[in-house]
Design a protein around this ligand. Structure first.
Ligand code: PGA
Length: 251
């Protein structure tokens, strides 16, 4: 069983001092934690401050995106090496909000995943269906297409550290969580797709996180699912107490 990962995606929140305060509370509240990994993903502007606060702790740092070109005339973009340089070890890629609002496709996800790996960042690749797709019965096919499409450029070796997040779009920020049965069903499917892409033992060790309205009162049942290896938390990761309750979920 992979070590569970509890990850906070701060999205478009936190000025630098707010990020420092939140990171500091998370470091304090997760001291001595064993058998679980913790990660936070602040906005770009707060990465360096957060890295300073996390330094010497076991809490990892991630960006929320990156651009695949290493350098050049790409105004407004941030490369994987620049992100690595701030102290990040991970990069979230293909979040549904980027797919919905910023034109992210499986093709751009694949380019970003390869760039992250090249720079020594571990990609956290997000997939998930909209409500319409779920109601049409298209969930499994869509998620499979996103996993295959997003990972096709990833070198074999990188599957050993890869993280995948299943985040049904209808559950993100809506207060509607997938039931443990719904999450487990899709996670099992993602696991079988991963098994077709790499060796079984490696696929079985890939962390598949669930995301979408994870809260202190539903984390325990979600984490009880055999193929749910962690959570990617948005709203509830902005309150230290809520996020720490999630980090300390009950088995
Ligand atoms: P939420 O966001 O927890 O606010 O639903 C999850 C995510 O988008 O990662």
């Amino acid at each position: 069983m992979p070590t569970p990962l509890l990850a906070g995606n701060w999205k478009l929140h936190c000025l630098r001092q707010e990020a420092r305060d939140l990171a500091s509370a998370i470091v304090d509240g997760s001291k001595g934690l064993e058998g679980r990994d913790v990660l936070v993903a602040p906005p770009y502007t707060a990465l360096v401050d957060t890295a300073e606060v996390l330094s010497g702790s076991s809490v990892a740092l991630s960006s929320q995106d990156l651009y695949w070109e290493p350098k050049g005339a790409f105004t407004g973009q941030v490369s994987a090496a620049m992100i690595k340089d701030t102290g990040c070890s991970h990069a979230i890629i293909g979040h549904s909000e980027r797919r919905q609002h910023f034109g992210e496709t499986d093709y751009t996800v694949a380019k970003k995943v390869a760039a992250a790996d090249e720079a020594g960042l571990i990609p956290i690749v997000c997939v998930g269906e909209t409500l319409e797709q779920r109601e049409e019965g298209a969930t499994m096919a869509l998620v499979e297409k996103q996993v295959r499409g997003g990972l096709f450029e990833l070198p074999a070796e990188a599957f050993k550290t890869l993280i995948v997040a299943y985040e049904p779009v209808w559950a993100i920020g809506t207060g509607k969580t997938a039931t443990p049965e719904q999450a487990e069903e899709v996670h099992q499917h993602i696991r079988s797709v991963l098994r077709s892409l790499t060796e079984d033992a490696i696929a079985d060790d890939i962390r598949i996180l669930y995301g979408g309205s994870v809260k202190p009162d539903n984390v325990d049942e979600l984490m009880a699912c055999p193929n749910v290896n962690g959570a990617l938390v948005g709203g509830a990761s902005l309150k230290a107490d809520d996020f720490l309750r999630i980090v300390h979920y009950q088995e």
